[in-house]
Design a protein around this ligand. Structure first.
Ligand SMILES: Nc1ncnc2c1ncn2[C@@H]1O[C@H](COP(=O)(O)OP(=O)(O)OP(=O)(O)O)[C@@H](O)[C@H]1O
Length: 422
């Protein structure tokens, strides 16, 4: 037995797909007599020799296109289905929120279902009794606990089921796309609860199509590709791979076309872009309903430059262009050092700024106030998202750069302001 929380070694899984499967015995009999519509069984390979190891305490996202095999991976971890080949090791107690609410009985009240569903999830009656108030409080359904759940809306139903499930206290928590439960407020509570699990050192594996939550929560990612190939690795890299696969191909922009930054002379322009990344279509993706046309740096007076002193304000000038009217646009930035270490990732929504409407072009300025960066070259990602931050309009990954100079000899990346009290 290893020290891993979860270990997949050469795991493959196929499903059988039946073509021309008769739906009745009579149909089966007639088909056989007439030798027609012979049933075909096709093997659909979902996972192909998947191998990865998840350490205890890691939060891991499983991402990939629809139908790639994400839920299948979770079901294998939860031991709901067996692998065709390879081995799976799971060390610790597992609680899975896969088919959430599947154990609910429509005719029973909310309260009765809390007890029933809790028991199905392995909780004792005593434990449920002790946690009942917390479960109800979390669900925000205090006034509906004596109502039969068949009269609940689907959101209420999911909220109660999630509240029960989240009060199970396992070593490993497995969640399938349930973070989309309820309204924004409830979703935030779910995220906070998951963070609480994470802080307690629990292992969490969850499937999500929401890349901002994956980026936010995950230490590592399993990317499940359509051909059954899985890749395990660093979150940012695999989220980028996911976007490239989804929006790549024809959707990728021709970034060799430099005329979109025609405001600057080419030599000046080169100082602002990370030339290699700028010319690589793998560093840009998005649905392009709205594009980030120009990005360049200046001081706050508007004087274009790409070299700044430590602590000087940096103005990031961005020109957006939209094909149609777009509403509630969020701008995201990500800053990296020369080694590619992600230093910071602010977005305008978190800071309370949203662009209400963009039609045609819009110029924006983002001012980085007194950045405490020390000498070096820094790479900037600029992105534009819809309000939910689910789908990028345009994502320009590490395509821009600026340098910081410092006239004092200081070591490291950031300047700390110290009061030396002696
Ligand atoms: N019991 C089953 N029998 C036959 N095919 C199945 C079965 N379960 C899943 N599949 C198929 O296997 C593939 C992977 O399914 P899975 O549910 O794991 O995908 P997913 O990545 O979770 O998809 P989504 O993002 O749409 O939830 C899909 O093509 C699906 O239709």
């Amino acid at each position: 037995m290893s020290n891993y929380a979860i270990s997949f070694s050469g795991v493959s899984k196929s499903y059988k797909i039946y073509k021309n499967r008769p739906s009745t015995l009579k149909e089966q009999f007639i088909n056989k007599i007439l030798k027609r519509n012979r049933m075909e069984i096709i093997e659909h390979r979902v996972l192909e020799k998947a191998s990865f190891d998840i350490q205890p305490g890691q939060t891991v996202g499983i991402i990939g296109r629809n139908g790639a095999g994400k839920s299948t991976t979770l079901k294998l971890i939860a031991n709901i289905i067996p692998p065709d080949e390879g081995s799976i090791e799971v060390n610790g107690t597992v609680s899975s929120l896969l088919e959430i609410g599947a154990g609910f009985q429509p005719d029973l009240t909310g309260k009765e279902n809390v007890y029933l569903y809790g028991t199905i999830l392995g909780l004792t009656k005593k434990y449920i009794e002790n946690h009942y108030d917390k479960i109800v409080e979390f669900s925000e359904l205090e006034d509906f606990m004596e109502t039969a759940v068949k009269n609940y809306s689907s959101g209420m139903y999911m909220r109660l089921a999630f509240s029960v499930a989240i009060h199970v206290n396992p070593d490993i928590l497995i969640i399938d796309e349930v973070l989309a439960v309820g309204d924004a407020n409830f979703q935030k509570k779910c995220f906070d609860k998951i963070r609480e699990f994470k802080n307690k050192g629990k292992t969490i594996v969850f499937v999500s199509h929401d890349m901002s939550s994956v980026r936010d929560l995950c230490d590592s990612v399993v990317f499940v590709d359509k051909n059954g190939k899985t890749t395990f690795g660093e979150t940012d890299t695999l989220v980028n791979l996911y976007y490239t696969k989804i929006y790549g191909g024809e959707a990728a922009l021709n970034t060799n076309d430099l005329k979109d930054i025609d405001i600057l002379e080419i030599d000046e322009f080169k100082k602002h872009v990370n030339y290699e990344a700028y010319n690589d279509s793998n560093n840009r993706w998005g649905n392009q309903r709205l594009v980030i046309n120009k990005v360049y740096f200046s001081d706050t007076q508007g004087i274009v430059q790409s070299v700044f002193n430590t602590g000087s304000d940096i103005s990031i000038n961005i020109e957006l262009q939209s094909k149609m009217k777009e509403e509630n646009v969020v701008i995201g930035l990500a800053l990296y050092d020369e080694k590619g270490v992600h230093l910071s990732g602010p977005n305008s929504k978190q800071d309370g700024s949203i662009i209400n409407i963009i039609e045609d072009t819009k110029n924006l300025r983002v001012i980085l106030r007194e950045p405490a960066l020390l000498q070096g070259t820094y790479y900037l990602t600029v992105s534009a998202y819809d309000y939910e931050c689910k789908e990028p309009y345009d994502y320009r990954d590490k395509q821009f750069k600026f340098s910081i100079v410092n006239n004092r000899e200081e070591y490291g990346i950031v300047k700390l302001n110290c009061d030396w009290l002696f």
